[in-house]
Design a protein around this ligand. Structure first.
Ligand SMILES: [Zn+2]
Ligand SMILES: [Zn+2]
Length: 192
C-alpha cells in the first residue's frame, strides 16, 4: 500500500510516471489545434487564465462559433470562449471577464499590442497604395513567407515589410509627379 490509513502523505513516488509531458499536437497537426494553441488568454485573472489554458492544453477548449452576450452590457461582444464579459466592460470595471471578480487581470503582452499597432500601420499603408502596388507588395509578402527567413526575428521581418511598403509608396508619389509633367499615358512600367 502506498499510504497508511489516516496518512495522506504518500511515502513512495508514483509508480507509473509519464516520461514526457502530454503534447496535444503530437497526433493532431490540424489547423484548428494550431490556432487554439496560439490563443493568448488575457483580460482574466490568473486563476481563470489557468483554467482556460488547462482546457487548451488538454483539448477541452471549445471556441465560440459566434460572439456571445456580455453579462454586463448585453451586447454580443464576447469573442473568447469561457469569458462571460466583453473586454471593454472588463477593462472599464477592472473585473476578470470570466469570473467577474474584482481581481488583477492578465493583459495581453504589450509586445503583442505593439506588433498589432505595426500591423494596423501596415494595413493603412497598404490601403493607401494603388491596386498595382498592392499586388506587388502582396507578391513580395508571399515570397518572403515562402522563404521563411527563420534567422530573422519576427520584428525584423516586419520592419522589412514596412520598409518595402514605404518604398512602394514613395515611389508611387514619384510616379504621379512624373505623370503630371509628362504627356505619355503609358508611362506605367516600373516594377511589374
Ligand atoms: Zn460588455
Ligand atoms: Zn477570474
Amino acid at each position: 500500500m502506498s499510504t497508511q490509513r489516516g496518512n495522506n502523505q504518500r511515502s513512495r513516488p508514483q509508480k507509473h510516471k509519464n516520461q514526457t509531458s502530454f503534447k496535444n499536437n503530437l497526433h493532431d497537426t490540424s489547423q484548428r489545434t494550431k490556432l487554439i494553441n496560439n490563443i493568448q488568454v488575457s483580460d482574466v485573472c490568473v486563476k481563470c487564465k489557468g483554467i482556460i489554458e488547462w482546457k487548451i492544453k488538454y483539448k477541452k477548449y471549445k471556441p465560440l462559433t459566434q460572439p456571445r452576450k456580455c453579462v454586463r452590457c448585453n451586447q454580443k461582444n464576447v469573442k473568447q470562449a469561457y469569458h462571460v464579459m466583453c473586454t471593454d466592460c472588463g477593462k472599464k470595471l477592472g473585473l476578470c471577464t470570466k469570473c467577474c471578480e474584482l481581481k488583477e487581470v492578465v493583459t495581453g503582452k504589450p509586445n503583442d499590442q505593439e506588433q498589432l499597432k505595426l500591423d494596423n500601420e501596415m494595413k493603412n499603408l497598404l490601403q493607401s497604395l494603388p491596386e498595382r502596388k498592392r499586388r506587388t507588395f502582396l507578391r513580395y509578402l508571399s515570397k518572403k513567407n515562402e522563404e521563411g527567413d527563420e534567422a530573422k526575428s519576427e520584428e525584423k521581418q516586419k520592419e522589412d515589410l514596412k520598409n518595402k511598403l514605404e518604398a512602394l509608396r514613395a515611389n508611387d508619389s514619384a510616379d504621379k509627379e512624373d505623370l503630371d509633367y509628362s504627356d505619355f499615358d503609358d508611362f506605367d512600367s516600373s516594377d511589374e
